[in-house]
Design a protein around this ligand. Structure first.
Ligand SMILES: [Mn+2]
Length: 268
């Protein structure tokens, strides 16, 4: 069995899951979206997922986060990163032969089912072109799960907790796979997954959104597009003034999908 997996550990991100799910349907994905839910998620959130026919799985292992990570993330105003460590537990879901792990703050714009043909740890080199970084994005990853795999991450989590700064699951994954960046056959074309803030760069420099497809867009950061939809008029105004129609189009697509799932859930 193969499936898309997204993690949910905070009810504030439920709408993101619903938009992601709807967007996968809109591109006729042959594989469902399954939510990896934290065990403490409230029953109302779980009920909403079920009403939307979204299957739920729970982590098979516990992830023990050192106090230091929780504290340092909170101090740096990155407390929301602490909640995303649950993504590491997707590596344990061995009832699936292959999963595509996607963040719940992503909208899928083109069919990406071909990812299930790609090898374990296929992903996108995040911010490579914009910032010269050499990290694998943990927000969009092809994984072949194995029983208790996440136990491999424990010592790395322990190790990074001794450093200063803020940490996320992505740091753990990149330390576990230090050769990932040099392993070019694991690099997916950036068009599979572009950060919203980088879309304009890839549009103007490389033609993504023109002759090359933008297949999914990720909205990182603390404020997500579903959190304050009424303020979006400011974004649209900015895009119009700057004539950034590609950004207008993607943001509008997000809002339209958000409105659709919001209305649908009023009547469910
Ligand atoms: Mn994200």
């Amino acid at each position: 069995m193969k499936t898309y997996i997204t993690a949910l550990s905070d009810k504030k991100y439920l709408k993101g899951c619903l938009v992601l799910n709807e967007s996968l349907k809109q591109v006729n994905s042959q594989y469902p979206l399954v939510v990896l839910a934290s065990k403490d998620l409230d029953s109302k959130t779980i009920k909403t997922l079920k009403k939307n026919n979204i299957e739920i799985v729970y982590p098979k292992n516990d992830l023990i986060l050192p106090e230091n990570i929780i504290k340092q993330n909170a101090e740096a105003d990155f407390d929301y990163w602490t909640k995303t460590f649950i993504k590491l537990l997707a590596f344990d879901l061995d009832e699936y032969e292959k999963i595509v792990l996607v963040d719940n703050d992503i909208i899928v714009l083109e069919n990406i089912d071909d990812l299930f043909e790609k090898p374990h740890m296929s992903g996108v080199a995040l911010c490579k072109d914009t910032m010269g970084a050499n990290n694998c994005s943990s927000g969009f990853l092809v994984i072949e799960p194995q029983k208790d795999f996440s136990k491999n991450f424990s010592s790395i989590i322990e190790k990074i907790s001794n450093n200063n700064g803020h940490f996320g699951d992505q740091d753990v994954i990149n330390q576990y796979y230090p050769d990932w960046f040099d392993n070019k056959e694991l690099h997916l074309d950036i068009g599979y997954h572009i950060m919203f803030g980088d879309v304009w760069f890839y549009y103007t420099k490389f033609g993504y959104g023109k002759d090359k497809k933008i297949k999914s867009v990720h909205f990182p950061g603390k404020k997500k597009p579903w959190m304050k939809p009424l303020t979006h008029i400011e974004h649209y105004t900015k895009f119009v003034i700057r004539k950034q129609w590609i950004l207008f189009k993607i943001f509008y697509k997000y809002d339209k999908t958000l409105l659709k799932v919001t209305l649908k859930n009023l009547f469910l």
